[in-house]
Design a binder for this molecule. Structure first.
Ligand SMILES: *Cc1c(COP(=O)(O)O)cnc(C)c1O
Ligand code: SF4
Length: 336
């Protein structure tokens, strides 16, 4: 018998759950009860951006429904290889905004840290799906040189981005946060993550504790596109997260056939609000190669924005924006 003290320590349950994600399309479709013949134009072999989804997210997909709005976000399709006009590998100019390894400075006053390349889900419309992460993500520790670059009055906010920063373990995050406390000009910390929705168990007491103890206000920006992504397990994780993150906001991407309806967007805003999330942005799709089939026209987007404004109080209406490479902030879609 192994004495207790020498037993291998168990990894946290979220890491074990993450390891149980679906990474094979065929296993996943079988589990969903969908036959390939019901899904046309599947692409099994997208080696550079393979299929991936957690069991949590998968459990919110209606079994047997080939048009489920959560399923459509993750199904690799042959349309992804279509070369469409105006679509490119780096639509938002990320590679030009790199000021040093793992740091993008695109927006005035804010520096974005590419903390990791990893995500717990592969969203097919992702604008960073072709991002050269190998050269561009942060080293394990921020080097003195990197800290020096960030240590300027011109940067008052750090945005932890990726990939998904919450795929890092608590120890790595704690180290990173500790390093950031050395920056006297910082006023705010922000985290852009899908994990509380994709893998609610990631919101550990340790994570909440380290965010709560961070000396500056922390804001979490989630990424939820459809109200069906929200269930009781997410609500429960967000109740915990609120103890560490002062604000929880949501940005969604407007996606054809998934959430381009006033009713769905209204439900998303209202259901999110019940769980303590304030709507932040609805993005016009970034025109990344392989995502043309998700695009919603500008006219339609403007109409949706008006419809939402007619139905909801002002604070529940997200800003409809688009990202233009080289601009220092998002732009209201009406202007472009
Ligand atoms: C736009 C954007 C930001 C920062 O812009 P804000 O207008 O300050 O929210 C950060 N990360 C991503 C992925 C973005 O698209
Ligand atoms: S979680 Fe975000 S970064 Fe990761 S694949 Fe989805 S959209 Fe892209």
């Amino acid at each position: 018998m192994i004495p207790r003290s020498t037993a291998i320590p168990k990894s946290p349950s979220w890491q074990r759950q993450l390891a149980q994600s679906f990474t094979r399309l065929s296993t996943f479709l079988e589990w969903l009860g969908l036959d390939r013949s019901e899904l046309s134009h599947l692409c099994d072999d997208s080696a550079d951006f393979p299929f991936r989804v957690t069991r949590d997210f998968a459990s919110r997909i209606h079994k047997g429904d080939a048009n489920d709005p959560l399923l459509l976000q993750i199904l690799p399709l042959q349309q992804e290889s279509i070369v469409a006009d105006g679509f490119s590998l780096d639509p938002v100019g990320d590679t030009h905004a790199a000021v040093s390894q793992g740091i993008l400075q695109k927006y005035h006053g804010r520096a974005l840290l590419i903390t990791t390349a990893a995500c717990a889900i592969h969203c097919r419309y992702c604008f960073r799906r072709h991002f050269p992460y190998q050269q561009q993500h942060l080293e394990k520790q921020l080097s003195d040189e990197t800290l020096e670059k960030l240590n300027t009055p011109e940067i008052s906010e750090i945005i932890l981005s990726g990939g998904d920063p919450l795929t890092l373990n608590d120890k790595r995050l704690a180290q990173l946060l500790l390093q950031l406390t050395q920056l006297p000009h910082l006023k705010r910390l922000r985290m852009h993550t899908r994990m509380p929705v994709i893998l609610p168990s990631r919101v550990t007491p340790e994570l909440v504790g380290m965010l709560r103890d961070f000396p500056l206000p922390v804001t979490t920006v989630l990424h939820i596109n459809h109200p069906n992504e929200l269930d009781e397990s997410v609500a429960s994780a967000l109740r915990q997260l609120h103890h560490g993150s002062r604000h929880i906001l949501n940005q969604a991407v407007l996606l054809r056939g998934i959430n381009d309806s006033p009713e769905i967007l209204r439900q998303l805003c209202e259901k999110g609000f019940e769980m303590g999330i304030l709507p932040y942005y609805v993005h016009q799709l970034d025109r990344v190669h392989g995502s043309a089939h998700f695009q919603v026209s500008k006219q339609r987007a403007l109409k949706l924005e008006t419809q939402l404004r007619e139905q909801l109080p002002g604070y529940l209406v997200p800003k409809f924006v688009t990202e233009i490479a080289g601009k220092e902030s998002k732009m209201p879609i009406g202007k472009f």
